[in-house]
Write a protein that binds this ligand. Structure first.
Ligand SMILES: Cc1cc2nc3c(=O)[nH]c(=O)nc-3n(C[C@H](O)[C@H](O)[C@H](O)COP(=O)(O)O)c2cc1C
Length: 177
């Protein structure tokens, strides 16, 4: 059983979450985690699960303009300097209900703003024909450049482990909170 995790990240926080999710999933299946710029161009049917994650920008998935804004605020090169999750989800080929899918994002903890990149990504995953296994999930950062709020890395690992167990058991969609 094989899972693919595709992540976008500006300052590195979503990458940390993606790696933790992958670590959790790896308790149940083989996992490859890739930065969105080098993600495969097609979702193959032999995948059991696709998980996508990215930062919430302007209440949704990033766009070229919001990524430029992030670059101006970054002290180091961006983790994702090329296309984002939105562009990958718009161009990726394939997708069938045999493949389970889930989306996560990172967002600012305080104040909590409306809008979530994960919810937008989930809508797109559904339109691609994938079977949404669990609802979109948010993990929180303390400010735009981070860091992650204490405990979020471990929460991401647990979410990945629970998701992996659900998909490995082949059960129909059920909420993993
Ligand atoms: C241009 C821009 C717009 C943002 N808009 C939002 C937003 O609407 N809601 C929110 O909660 N966080 C917002 N943020 C904060 C990001 O979610 C935060 O920078 C991200 O979670 C950090 O993850 P990363 O290091 O993987 O990029 C924004 C950040 C940037 C740079």
């Amino acid at each position: 059983m094989r899972a693919l995790v595709v992540f976008e990240s500006m300052f590195g926080n979503t990458k940390v979450v993606a790696d933790a999710v992958a670590e959790g999933l790896a308790t149940r299946m083989r996992v490859t985690a890739v930065e969105v710029g080098v993600a495969p161009v097609a979702i193959e049917d032999d995948l059991a699960l696709v998980v996508v994650g990215g930062p919430t920008h302007a209440f949704g998935m990033s766009r070229p303009g919001t990524r430029q804004d992030a670059a101006k605020q970054a002290e180091r090169p961006l983790v994702s300097a090329g296309p984002g999750l939105r562009e990958w989800l718009e161009t990726v080929q394939g997708g069938s209900p045999q493949v389970a899918a889930a989306a996560f994002d990172t967002r600012i903890d305080k104040p909590r703003l409306p809008g979530s990149a994960a919810r937008a990504a989930e809508r797109r995953l559904r339109r691609l024909g994938l079977r949404i296994a669990v609802p979109a999930k948010s993990f929180y950062v303390a400010g735009t450049p981070g860091p992650l709020v204490a405990g979020e890395q471990e929460r991401a690992r647990r979410w990945g482990a629970d998701l992996g167990a659900l998909v490995a058991a082949g059960r129909p969609a059920r909420w993993v909170t």
